[in-house]
Write a protein that binds this ligand. Structure first.
Ligand code: BGC
Length: 735
């Protein structure tokens, strides 16, 4: 049944999502007339040439089988031969979410800038950093001979245990979509296609090829799909990668609903859909909207090769659909300018390291500080660093996003896993040692390191120093989830033992998910450094010493315990790989803080939380609803240090009902005593519900509040929205 309401229009697609963006496109961005050019080229192609574009192989030797690609092809994640007579380039694909990867070390000795994790990027709440990181990774890709990046994971964090959360951008559609969109835009500005992935609901790794993720259309559109939609509107990625899992009974790569209905029909997506690697199980996926089979040698068949040709010849698949798929691929390439000849060129790794360091420092999130930080430099301090391989570097997440850092790894800790995933099961420590960085930044301090292997020894060393910094790590990887919120390997006991000896303990976390902190009351400080990438040690030191005032904010809720979460345990864990499971996401579109905020018990740290060495005040919030909804307010730095604040605007009431939705955010750097007035335009979809195939805003009272986090809010400001009046200012079609 249709509820009284109003239609939300595609005109909204042009609204800006945050107020502070002024990021110009760079030269190198592609052809404005990509559609026409793609159509013209495609019209000149033979059927064989069209079909040639429709599957990629992975150009590496694997499991004793040599690379199926010609020798000149740069080993990477995917390769599709080009068509020289039409100027169509080879498609050379690489994983790149956190930097350019080198799968199984196939390019001997090749390294790349290892960027901080996606969560760290999201914690910056700074779209300009996303753009700059995407652009830097894109330029490294071109220099290495790649023109398509498999980057841009935007799956929302639905569960605290998901092994791939570190690659993604947290639990909120506006934040994740904005950051992914800017990163895509940055990448494509230098003539490289960016891929957004994994459409959709790839929310856990356990049984990822056999899980049926259940969520109704309305909830999907208001949450996970909204993140994709925002990112696609901002970044216009050339391609979309569909996920391994099923969604409501159909494999995502064979889902008519996701690919043909939502992505191509409702959203008018013009690029191409590629499958995840070995995620094409049937030829029929082609008709359901999948344009390109990826890593095709790993599937049961190269479906989009000979079987597709035979089906076209037999009249079972229409030549128009083949033309459509080929046109989409060409369009994506032309629009990004990815048909420019690839030339291997030297890379300015030093400059790229600076981008990675700045991004890491901006993402580091201060969770507790009773005064131990920033570290005092006005007297000779004795400091003990404990654990976390802090003498060597920082840890990184595992899986297809794993980068071999510049300078090589600083050590590998084997983890071990069965079968196909064994190659992922290793903790790669990336260089940039926090110990060296702190010694450099605090030349007068006496800084020593203790491995923490024996808690008793570390505690004994901790007794007489001025400050102890414990580096606590929790490695995560693609293909495996973490079954508890605890720190592994006795690190909670280690922290306890040290805190019993010294009141001045700061814990630096390197994690790819939330952890519980049973020792929280006993320590003086907690810093979440995520997986901070190859400049992570420097970035951590920047924040600990106060060279950078922390301004990261949590992109995901840290629950008090697993019982607080929607799913305390992992479905399918411990069952043989291949066990069919089903998970119903009963929280619907109330992902993360949207759900926690409506409950009586509070999480450990809420979404959006993050401290600074200074203090910020927000005031004078006013909301105006005319053609758009705009919010105005003032941010002031009322402390004594310069620093950046992340002002968060939340919707707290929609048509009279309590809700919690981030509807805008702005990161502002302010000198002490400085204030700045901010204006945000609110995307109306964030006020709306998706009902019967349309966005609707019901008439009634809507309340907004400014937040330092999702549960630390200012007094709300209410407006009354009259659906009819509001609708009048909008165009008519919805998506
Ligand atoms: C991952 C993708 C990745 C692909 C190619 C898959 O295992 O799910 O994210 O792009 O491999 O390496």
């Amino acid at each position: 049944m249709l509820r009284a309401g109003l239609l939300i229009t595609s005109a909204w697609a042009t609204l800006s999502l945050t107020s502070s963006l002024a990021l110009a496109d760079e030269p190198g961005r592609g052809d404005n007339d990509a559609d026409a050019r793609a159509a013209a080229t495609e019209a000149r192609m033979t059927t064989d040439e069209r079909l040639q574009l429709l599957y990629s192989i992975m150009p590496i030797a694997y499991d004793g089988v040599p690379s199926p690609a010609p020798d000149y092809v740069t080993p990477g994640a995917g390769y599709v031969p080009g068509i020289p007579r039409l100027g169509i380039p080879d498609i050379m694909e690489t994983d790149a979410t956190l930097g350019i990867t080198n799968p199984l070390g196939a390019r001997t000795g090749d390294v790349a800038t290892a960027f901080p994790s996606g969560l760290s990027l999201a914690a910056t709440f700074d779209p300009a950093i996303a753009y700059q990181s995407g652009k830097t990774i894109g330029s490294e890709a071109r220099s290495k001979g790649f023109n398509v990046l498999l980057s841009g994971g935007v799956n929302l964090t639905r569960d605290w245990f998901n092994g791939r959360n570190f690659e993604y951008l947290g639990e909120d559609p506006l934040l994740a979509g904005t950051m992914a969109g800017q990163s895509i835009k940055g990448t494509q500005s230098v003539g490289v296609v960016s891929t957004i992935k994994h459409l959709a609901l790839n929310a856990q790794e356990t049984q990822r090829n056999y899980i049926d993720a259940q969520l109704d259309d309305s909830s999907l559109r208001e949450s996970d799909l909204l993140a994709f939609k925002f990112a696609i509107e901002i970044g216009d990625p050339g391609s979309v990668m569909c996920a391994y899992n099923k969604v409501n009974g159909s494999y995502a790569c064979g889902s008519e609903y996701l690919l043909n209905d939502v992505l191509k029909r409702d959203w008018g997506f013009k690029g191409w859909v590629m499958s995840d690697w070995a995620a094409t199980h049937e030829l029929d996926y082609f008709n359901k909207g999948l344009d390109q089979q990826s890593g095709a040698q790993f599937d049961k068949q190269i479906w989009f090769g000979a079987p597709l040709r035979a089906a076209v010849d037999a009249g079972e698949i229409s030549p128009d659909r083949v033309s459509d798929a080929a046109r989409r691929i060409l369009r994506g390439i032309y629009a990004a300018g990815a048909d420019r000849p690839l030339e291997k060129t030297p890379i300015d790794y030093a400059a790229h390291a600076k981008v990675a360091r700045d991004a890491a420092a901006q993402g580091i999130t201060l969770l507790k500080n009773t005064g131990a930080l920033p570290i005092r430099s006005d007297r000779k301090m004795s400091i003990l660093l404990v654990g976390g391989y802090a003498d060597r570097g920082v840890i990184s997440g595992g899986g297809s996003s794993q980068v071999t850092p510049v300078g090589g790894d600083a050590g590998i800790v084997p983890v071990g896993a069965p079968g196909a995933y064994s190659a992922f099961a290793r903790q790669v420590i990336v260089p940039s040692s926090p110990l060296d960085a702190l010694r450099r930044q605090l030349p007068d301090a006496e800084i020593e390191y203790e491995s923490g292997y024996y808690p008793g020894t570390a505690a004994a060393h901790a007794r007489d120093v001025d400050l102890v910094i414990v580096f606590a790590t929790k490695w995560q990887s693609e293909s495996m989830d973490s079954p508890s919120l605890d720190l592994p390997n006795g690190q909670d006991e280690l922290i306890d033992a040290i805190a019993a000896e010294n009141p001045n303990v700061v814990v630096v976390l390197e994690t790819g998910n939330p952890v519980v902190m049973p020792w929280l009351d006993k320590v003086a400080g907690v810093v979440e450094a995520w997986f901070p990438g190859q400049s992570g040690g420097d970035a951590i030191a920047d924040v600990l010493t106060g060279a950078v005032n922390p301004s990261g904010h949590l992109p995901m809720t840290f629950p008090m315990n697993v019982q607080q979460s929607p799913r305390p345990r992992i479905e399918g864990l411990g069952k043989p790989d291949g066990t069919e499971i089903s998970v119903t996401y009963s929280e619907g579109s109330d992902v993360g803080y949207r759900r926690y905020s409506l409950r009586p018990d509070k999480p450990l740290f809420s979404f959006g939380y993050g401290l600074s060495y200074t203090e910020f005040a927000h005031s004078s919030l006013s909301i105006r609803s005319a053609e758009d909804i705009t919010a105005r307010f003032t941010i002031a730095n009322i402390g004594e240090r310069a620093g950046a604040d992340v002002a968060q605007l939340y919707l707290t009431k929609a048509a009279g009902k309590p809700v919690r939705r981030l509807v805008g955010f702005a990161k502002k750097f302010l000198e002490p005593g400085q204030d700045e007035s901010v204006e945000l335009t609110v995307d109306p979809r964030l006020l709306a519900s998706w009902i019967d195939g349309r966005w609707h805003i019901a008439s009634g009272q809507y309340a907004f509040a400014l937040g330092h986090s999702a549960d630390e809010l200012s007094d709300p400001v209410e407006i009354s929205l009259d659906a009819a009046t509001f609708a009048a200012a909008k165009a008519t079609s919805a998506n």
